[in-house]
Design a protein around this ligand. Structure first.
Ligand code: ADP
Length: 195
């Protein structure tokens, strides 16, 4: 079971990634968590193999920008090296632009592990902003939320068509309740996973 979860901040993909990963006993690789963990351990510079890129990353995260691709790809390469990922994974937050999706193809080719499907969480924009404001996470000002959405619209939205053309995109109505979304994903993904 190798899945990519695609969707904007506030679409609920992280919640679903965590609960489905637990159910299927595979790791959920959440880029936000991986980045915050690497930052707390002072490892960003090493992973990026470039000290300036590592230093920029924290400011970029705080500003709602994407961190450099080189850092992200290094982080993913490292994560895929963990034995726990041998039997499957859910990618939550990667790829987030076309360059990253190409880097993912290359990484997976090297590992001989193709991804199965890309699950796209579709949620209307006004609902997203509403949810995020209610979530009230520290530093989640409306400006920052709108900035993240703009970055998503510019850089990540092109991936929807990219994967749709590859015929591996599964679209989920992300405005449903968490339980309904879990059920919707399980019913689409499960039969394929058994094959
Ligand atoms: P959210 O889902 O609210 O956007 P995340 O925890 O997924 O939050 O990500 C937090 C921040 O980490 C992003 O705003 C971005 O700066 C950085 N980030 C996460 N994934 C990537 C990625 N694939 N490429 C570049 N930056 C990323």
């Amino acid at each position: 079971m190798r899945l990519v979860f695609l969707g904007p901040s506030g679409s609920g993909k992280s919640t679903q990634a965590a609960s489905l990963a637990a159910r299927w006993r595979i790791p959920s690789l959440s880029t936000g968590d991986l980045l915050r963990d690497a930052m707390a351990k002072g490892r960003l510079e090493t992973i990026a193999a470039h000290s300036d890129l590592g230093k920029q990353a924290q400011a970029q995260m705080e500003a709602g920008e994407l961190v450099p691709d080189q850092l992200m790809v290094g982080l993913m390469r490292e994560s895929f090296g963990a034995p726990a990922t041998q039997h499957g994974w859910i990618l939550d937050g990667f790829p987030r632009n076309l360059a990253q999706s190409q880097a993912l193809d290359t990484l997976l080719q090297i590992m001989g592990q193709p991804y199965g499907q890309v699950v796209y969480f579709d949620v209307p924009e006004n609902k997203l902003v509403d949810r995020m404001l209610k979530r009230g996470r520290q530093n989640d000002s409306e400006d920052l939320i709108r900035q993240r959405l703009q970055v998503y619209n510019e850089q990540t939205v092109p991936l929807i068509d990219f994967y749709r053309r590859r015929q591996c995109l599964v679209e989920i109505d992300g405005s449903l309740s968490p339980q309904e979304i879990t059920d919707a994903i399980s019913s689409v993904i499960k039969p394929l996973a058994i094959v």
